[in-house]
Write a protein that binds this ligand. Structure first.
Ligand code: MGD
Ligand code: MGD
Ligand code: SF4
Ligand code: MO
Length: 712
């Protein structure tokens, strides 16, 4: 007999929006997944990916037990054998070749996973390798480096106070599709419309007229990678028209004169050509921004993943600060998370930039990681310190990092590879052993990372919807087990025994969350209260917190840090010498689609159905030049590779620019993704040159890449 229909509430962990979900289920069967209207942050919002969580849960291709690659294909093995083999390999490879011979790459879902957030770093540290990599350096490294240089901590990234601002200037983001990034703001389209409803302005700067542009007051077309010059010219006008007003941050903010000197030559007219934006448009933009009661400049993914990514992010912050839009209602602010992951650091500055350098290129580490663009060469190039073994943890570097073909070759060449992943996909197919964790609906969850970047303070705890099968392990259990088996001398002290007993076999992370909440800034808050609230607890709007929250050594803000100063020459040189590439006549930019999540949700039927979405968008003028019409195949060639895909002709993109989505290319015979394979698409990262980086941070350049197109 069937049991009663029940309702389960949880926070979706697929993207940064962290929407509340309402799931109706009966026994083991999900009847519906809807947005939870009573969630204080998301207020009923949901996107197709939240609904698709059930497809991941039911997916017959999803691994539930460790598998080992043999001559006869993948064979199921016990967890005990898998953990033994993996830890023995780590030990023997490190013994023979040194600690750096073992590398780890952590992908995006790590930060959406409480167990991995808590315990993966502990395991990773135990490896004592400098070869730690993550998706950060193909994404928000620039944002974090700018935050570190200005505010003293890599997680002190200010977020737009979306619900109170009177002007939102979006640069290189498409939140209506992405649902926000470095800004947890579910129901973002409504939040943007509300800005306009209360008389404010939303302005979007992008080489493509995007889904976000459609609901904005104004769209400004810009040439890829020219945002840094737009911001310099905006600051020029700010000072010229004396719009600068530091307000309360004046007492602890320095180097204003350095900024004035820097921006002086960058008049709007002088940057008109490089940005493709008329001088008058820039003047008007500054008037709108500075005459608004409050305003936020929000540069994101497209602005970060370009050759001046860090300088762009830095100038975005500087613009907010000097116009008095920092740390005040309606400007950019810091969240006050109930569980403050910064609390243990106690406002102490810790040097995290350039503590290590990569072996071959000498690139600086940041927050214990090296830029992932160097990973393939570090694997392929022989010599002392060469990487022999790689552990990927919720990452798919073949699809997500530059020069996908080289990365594919590099993974193939490893002595040993382990993937902590529940799919045999483009990267994990190279593993010797795959350790598959449970999926989201079988886990408890507290969003450790994104409350820190939220536009409103809330707290929400999610319990597992379904029990996992007896033989499954969560990410947390996998990392704790690997960690405990790697301990020199085995598990001796009490803490280690407690960890394995409680954490592996009980729901131990709940205790950690409870302790964190009790120590947090909200009196009387604890886990029991958060759980009892079901939908989450509203902890109110963002609040000013400067200078107390600063992590800089002197608790002051220095607008012109040394590292930035050292990169200015490159900016000036580029301004004078930047010429269109004679070999390539188009520039490539990226795109996201509402029914994708980076590379890994295409094995859900509801995510891939309908017309093909891995298409290149080109302008009508370029289409005419190349005799192209909708649906024709084009070959896109860059310095390092070529791909062929269908074209979509549209006025929405600037002439000379081509937009291709990332996350596709499910083309290999040996991947076990039966649905994704039928909607393979192509991997845009085959075109991305791993040697092309923001030289300051080492973040990969993924925007404004020179390419040619040709009708196939
Ligand atoms: N050219 C180009 N490249 C890009 C981008 C772009 O726009 N253009 N975007 C960049 C960005 S922003 C990002 S964040 C990166 C993403 O880069 P990655 O993180 O490397 O790639 P994902 O596609 O997110 O792959 C996630 C992997 O984790 C697995 N997985 C999913 N959930 C879990 C889980 O709970 N536990 C474990 N252990 N595994 C899980 C999936 O099966 C998949 O293999 O790609 C970047 N690369
Ligand atoms: N549906 C969906 N949502 C997602 C993801 C997904 O794969 N699918 N991925 C998630 C992840 S990991 C992340 S990091 C976020 C990213 O979320 P966002 O930061 O919103 O990034 P995108 O949606 O890629 O939008 C980037 C925009 O920058 C524009 N652009 C490209 N180059 C330039 C440039 O040089 N200058 C300017 N001004 N604009 C430029 C592009 O045209 C594009 O519209 O999205 C998250 N949400
Ligand atoms: S917007 Fe993000 S958090 Fe919300 S349902 Fe979609 S994937 Fe989940
Ligand atoms: Mo990302």
């Amino acid at each position: 007999m069937m049991n009663k229909i029940k309702t389960h509430y949880r926070a979706c962990n697929v993207c940064e929006a962290t929407c509340g979900l309402e799931i109706k289920y009966q026994d083991n069967k999900i009847l519906s997944i809807k947005g939870d209207k009573k969630d204080p942050l998301s207020k009923g919002h949901i996107c197709p990916k939240g609904v698709a969580l059930q497809d991941i849960y039911y997916d017959p291709d999803r691994l539930k037990q460790p598998v080992k690659k043999t001559q006869d294909g993948w064979q199921k093995i016990s967890w005990n054998q898998a953990f033994d083999e993996v830890t023995n390999k780590i030990k023997s490879i490190q013994k023979q070749h040194g600690n750096d011979a073992v590398a780890i790459y952590s992908g995006n879902p790590t930060v959406h996973n409480m167990g991995a957030m808590l315990f993966m770093p502990m395991f990773s540290r135990l490896l004592r390798t400098k070869n730690r990599y993550s998706a950060t350096s193909v994404d928000q490294l620039a944002d974090q480096l700018a935050a570190y240089l200005l505010f003293g901590h890599q997680l002190l990234v200010p977020v737009p106070d979306l619900d109170r601002t009177d002007c939102l200037l979006i640069i290189g983001a498409n939140p209506v599709v992405s649902n926000g990034s470095m800004m947890t703001a579910p129901k973002v389209a409504q939040r943007l419309k509300d800005i306009r409803k209360r008389g404010g302005k939303v302005i979007n700067v992008d080489p493509r007229f995007t889904e976000t542009s459609k609901i904005a007051d104004q769209h400004i077309y810009i040439n890829p990678a020219a945002d840094v010059y737009l911001l310099l010219a905006m600051l020029h006008v700010v000072f010229e028209k004396q719009y600068d007003n530091l307000r309360h941050v004046k007492e602890f903010t320095h180097d204003i004169q350095d900024i004035k000197n820097l921006v002086k030559p960058y008049t709007p007219a002088s940057v008109a050509e490089i940005t493709g934006i008329e001088a008058q448009t820039i003047e008007d933009l500054v008037d709108t921004f500075c005459q608004s009661k409050s305003a936020c400049c929000y540069p994101r993914f497209g602005a970060s993943t370009q050759k001046f990514g860090t300088l762009t992010q830095w100038l975005g912050n500087v613009l907010n600060i000097v116009t008095g839009n920092f740390d005040r209602a309606g400007g950019v602010m810091f969240a006050k998370p109930a569980l403050d992951i910064l609390a243990p650091a106690k406002n102490k500055f810790k040097k995290v930039f350039g503590k290590n350098h990569s072996r071959l290129k000498g690139l600086p580490s940041f927050a214990g990681e090296l830029p992932v663009s160097v990973l393939a060469d570090e694997i392929l190039t022989e010599g002392e310190g060469q990487i022999k073994m790689l552990i990927t943890n919720s990452g798919n570097p073949v699809i997500s990092t530059p020069n996908g073909n080289k990365m594919d070759k590099a993974l193939q060449s490893l002595d040993y590879m382990v993937a902590v992943d529940f799919y045999v996909n483009e990267s994990s197919r190279h593993a010797n052993i795959i350790l598959p964790p449970t999926s989201a609906l079988e886990r408890s969850h507290y969003n450790m990372a994104f409350h820190t970047l939220a536009v409103q303070n809330t707290a929400k705890y999610t319990e597992p919807l379904f029990d996992s099968e007896k033989n499954q392990r969560s990410d947390m259990q996998i990392f704790v087990e690997l960690w405990s088996r790697l301990q020199p001398g085995g598990l001796k002290n009490k803490f280690k025994t407690w960890m394995t007993k409680r954490v592996i076999y009980k729901n131990g992370e709940a205790g950690i969350i409870d302790a964190g909440l009790k120590k947090g800034p909200y009196p009387d808050l604890n886990l029991a209260k958060v759980i009892a609230s079901k939908h989450g607890i509203d902890l109110g709007a963002l609040q000013p917190c400067m200078p107390e929250r600063l992590f800089t050594i002197d608790q002051q803000i220095h607008l012109m840090p040394e590292e930035i100063k050292a990169d200015i020459g490159r900016l000036e040189d580029n301004f004078i010498n930047d010429k269109p590439d004679s070999e390539f006549n188009m520039q490539l930019i990226g795109r996201r689609d509402p029914r994708t999540n980076n590379s890994w949700m295409h094995n859900s039927h509801r995510m891939v159905k309908g017309k093909q979405r891995c298409v290149a968008i080109v302008n009508n003028q370029d289409a005419e030049k190349h005799d192209l019409k909708n649906g024709d195949s084009i070959k896109v060639t860059s310095k390092i590779g070529e791909i062929t895909l269908p074209v979509s002709v549209s006025q929405e993109i600037k002439p000379g620019i081509i937009s291709i989505p990332h996350g596709w290319g499910h083309v290999f015979d040996d991947i076990q993704l039966s649905i994704a394979k039928k909607h393979a698409g192509v991997n845009i990262n085959i075109l991305m040159d791993e040697n092309s980086m923001d030289e300051l941070s080492g973040n990969a350049v993924l925007s404004g890449v020179p390419v040619n197109i040709q009708k196939e």
